[in-house]
Ligand binder design. Structure first.
Ligand code: TTP
Ligand code: MG
Length: 389
């Protein structure tokens, strides 16, 4: 049976929450992020601020130069969390098949749910109306037969939009769009595609799969399917974290490898503890560095076998850090770690596993003691002198 998938994303979310609380901000260039006199980046910009070139991730100081008349508001996450929970609750009233993606977006599988409303279009209007009535927020809804089409559609109809791609129209819809609209196509993938002379989704879709796989590696298979409007991923219920991450921005930029190492160790401990708390292991370890000039890099590796041991995750992350530091000698302002490809914590057969299970068992014992006596009860070697400067 053909599926009907919605992708729903709130417009200028943080800003809109602030506008709902203070209607005097409506229709004005508003930026949520923090105090422009201090360090920090734009989290959300109203649509009135966007023509000035302002976008998420931009340093606030630059945003202020581009649009001096903008109103800057410091982020208040408790407000956004609350609005997000209410938004997800509203969506859950329309279909039980909901997959929250981030704080302000979700997939909804509404196959068969449209009947009382007459059509998917009418159902989407009802959802938008309800969100507006209850939260004073506008949402954009993309409708398609699969996730990738729905997501791209909602992105294209922002703000306060509704775009339905009818069955059979997917390829014609996708063909003229730039290839970076596809999930999975990032900076790394864009370059080989460019070298192949590919700039639109249609051009990518027309290439033989073999060629795409040769150039893009394993992710090439999924990307090639997406380009053809084929995406079998199901809308999966919420609840399970797909990744765990932690990052920290330093008060002063640093080049000190010992300080970075200590910070990384501390972050690793935090994410591993969370991971073990979820009774999971991770296969992918990534680090993120933002330099003083705001260039941000990510380095990632896949472990041979999933782990949740501090020692294993830290050793991997440290290797990535050392490689990155050897490549670039620039002061660092932020370091982060992200572990993903999470799998259940099934016990392995001890005879294959003795060397690996040991550190994990030790970590579990330490977690237990920390839960009982507090986080300072035990400190391991690498954490010493890891306080923020
Ligand atoms: P987005 O949905 O990407 O952005 P948005 O809702 O502000 O605007 P749009 O209309 O284009 O959807 O992200 C949702 C919220 O997540 C955003 O309001 C603030 C937060 N966020 C950050 O804090 N930093 C970021 O870099 C991004 C992209 C978002
Ligand atoms: Mg949004």
């Amino acid at each position: 049976m053909a599926r009907c998938i919605f992708h729903i994303d709130l417009d200028a979310f943080f800003v809109s929450v602030e506008q709902a609380l203070d209607p005097g901000l409506n229709g004005k260039p508003v930026i949520v992020g923090g105090d422009p006199e201090r360090r920090g980046v734009v989290a959300s910009a109203s649509y009135e601020a966007r023509p000035f070139g302002i976008h998420a991730g931009m340093p606030l100081s630059r945003a202020r130069r581009l649009c001096p008349q903008a109103i800057f508001i410091q982020a208040d996450f408790s407000r956004y969390k609350d609005a997000s929970a209410r938004f997800m609750e509203i969506l859950g009233n329309f279909s039980p098949h909901i997959e929250p993606l981030g704080i302000d977006e979700a997939y909804l599988d509404v196959t068969g749910c449209e009947e009382p409303y007459g059509s998917p279009h009418q159902l989407a209007l009802a959802i938008k109306e309800r969100i507006y009535k209850e939260l004073k927020l506008t949402a954009s809804v993309g409708i398609g037969g699969c996730k990738v089409v729905a997501k791209i559609a909602s992105d294209l109809c922002k703000p306060d939009g509704l775009l339905q791609i009818a069955p059979g129209e997917e390829q014609a819809f996708l063909n003229p769009l730039p290839v970076d609209k596809l999930p999975g196509v990032g900076k790394k993938t864009e370059q080989p595609l460019k070298e192949m002379g590919i700039s639109t989704i249609g051009e990518l879709a027309s290439l033989p799969l073999d060629m795409v796989k040769r150039r893009l590696g394993t992710p090439g298979t999924a990307i090639h399917s997406y380009a053809r409007g084929i995406d079998d991923r199901r809308v999966e219920a919420a609840g399970e974290a797909k990744s765990i991450s932690q990052q920290t921005t330093f008060a002063r930029d640093t080049l000190d490898p010992h300080f970075l190492k200590a910070k990384l160790h501390q972050l690793c401990q935090e994410v591993c503890q969370e991971l073990r708390g979820q009774n999971k292991r991770a296969r992918c370890v990534a680090i993120r560095l933002r330099y003083a000039d705001f260039e941000t890099i990510t380095r990632q590796v896949t472990l041979e076998r999933a782990s949740n041991a501090n020692q294993v995750i830290f050793a991997t992350a440290l290797q990535l850090l050392n490689e990155a530091l050897a490549q670039q000698e620039k002061p660092v302002r932020l370091i982060g770690i992200r572990i993903s490809s999470l799998v259940g914590n099934e016990k392995q057969l001890p005879m294959f596993d003795s060397g690996i299970e040991k550190p994990e068992r030790l970590d579990e014992a330490i977690d237990k003691i920390r839960r009982k006596y507090g986080s300072t009860a035990i400190k391991t070697g690498n954490g010493i002198s890891s306080e923020s400067s």
